[in-house]
Design a protein around this ligand. Structure first.
Ligand code: AQP
Length: 332
């Protein structure tokens, strides 16, 4: 079976609807057809400052949400990145074949470092995409389900795999991005041209999976819509309504055309009211199951330790091959 790998950062108290529709929901679907590896990438989460106690809690909450959404630890390997030491070990090797200019062109680094100020942004943030490449290449992943914002990092991963294979001999599989176009960029409810984002969105622009249903309904009701009154799908001229239709369609399985037809002659208020109900209905059971998994943190930690062990069986074999190829002396 083909391999799939993806990760999510424990950088917030909850996943948001963009994480869910752009990535995690697809992870669940891919479990049937792929040998799946999914991780909570806590090493990535310390690149822009963090609080140790909060990180520990968010790592557990992230794992609990993944289980609640439907990642099945029997069928998939679910683990925490820092429990698999091969990730930073391979990242170091890849750092040494990554050009400084090449890394400097990563738009996520440019955006985030501009916000923090060039002097304050960490070297970890700069080299973040190289660690991400290591995450993927360690497992010989064929497919990487992510949102559109990760496309450039995936390109870098492919370039590094190719470069390593050409220089030192074929070692890595070539990963393909798995990006579902319709939900690749869920946008901010208050700024519908920007992506919904944990760090960049205002609280009202963001729908978190674990927040109060009443708050969610309120945020959807106050979402920025566009001029005119007609409910039509046109991301260029009507990004606000189009985003709401995208979310509605993705959560119900109804096509956009079908929705546009159903709301002909109705107003934005009707659409928002119905969408709020749809969203709450989907996330309520996720909230309940997340709470259930968090009730027994020791059990959750045990499950993650088993996942890390399964992950290491694969990652250590890849790293051994890499070390050998680049000429590191094997321990006698
Ligand atoms: N708005 C989005 N639409 C579709 N997919 C999205 N993803 C994130 N935002 C959207 C996808 O979610 C996965 C996990 O994201 P992450 O936690 O690794 O990273 P992120 O891109 O850093 O998420 P945020 O919310 O945008 O956080 P910040 O603000 O820190 O940048 C990824 O597959 C991502 O594509």
């Amino acid at each position: 079976r083909p391999r799939v790998l993806s990760g999510i950062q424990p950088t917030a108290d909850s996943f948001h609807l963009g994480n869910y529709l752009g990535a995690v929901r697809n992870w669940v679907a891919l479990q049937d057809s792929h040998d799946a590896f999914y991780c909570v990438v806590d090493l990535h989460a310390i690149t822009a400052g963090h609080e140790p106690k909060v990180l520990r809690q968010r790592t557990r909450v992230s794992a609990a949400q993944l289980l609640a959404i439907g990642i099945d630890p029997e069928r998939s390997t679910l683990f925490v990145q820092s429990q698999v030491p091969e990730h930073p070990q391979l990242a170091w090797v890849l750092n040494c074949i990554t050009g400084f200019g090449e890394a400097s062109r990563m738009t996520q680094f440019k955006d985030k470092s501009a916000k923090q100020g060039a002097e304050r942004a960490s070297v970890g943030l700069f080299t973040y995409p190289v660690l991400q490449a290591a995450d993927i290449l360690l497992y010989q992943a064929d497919a990487v389900p992510v949102g559109e914002d990760q496309r450039q990092h995936l390109e870098l991963t492919r370039d590094l795999a190719q470069r390593f294979n050409t220089t030192f001999g074929k070692t890595f599989a070539m990963p393909e991005p798995y990006i579902i176009k319709d939900t690749a960029k869920i946008t901010d409810l208050q700024d519908p041209t920007a992506k919904m984002s944990k760090s960049a969105s205002s609280p009202n622009g963001l729908i978190e999976l674990l927040e109060e249903p009443a708050r969610i309904a309120k945020k959807i009701r106050s979402a920025v819509t566009d001029t005119g009154r007609e409910i039509v799908y046109d991301p260029e001229t009507k990004p606000g309504v189009s985003n709401l239709l995208t979310i509605y369609s993705a959560l119900t399985g109804r096509s956009i055309d079908d929705l546009v037809l159903a709301y002909a002659g109705k107003g934005y208020g009707d659409l928002k009211k119905d969408l709020a109900e749809v969203v709450v209905e989907v996330i309520r059971p996720i909230q309940e199951r997340t709470r259930m998994y968090l009730e027994d943190p020791a059990q959750l930690d045990k499950l993650l330790a088993i996942g890390a062990e399964k992950a290491r069986a694969v990652s250590s074999a890849t790293l051994r091959r890499v070390y050998d190829r680049i000429g590191f002396l094997a321990p006698a």
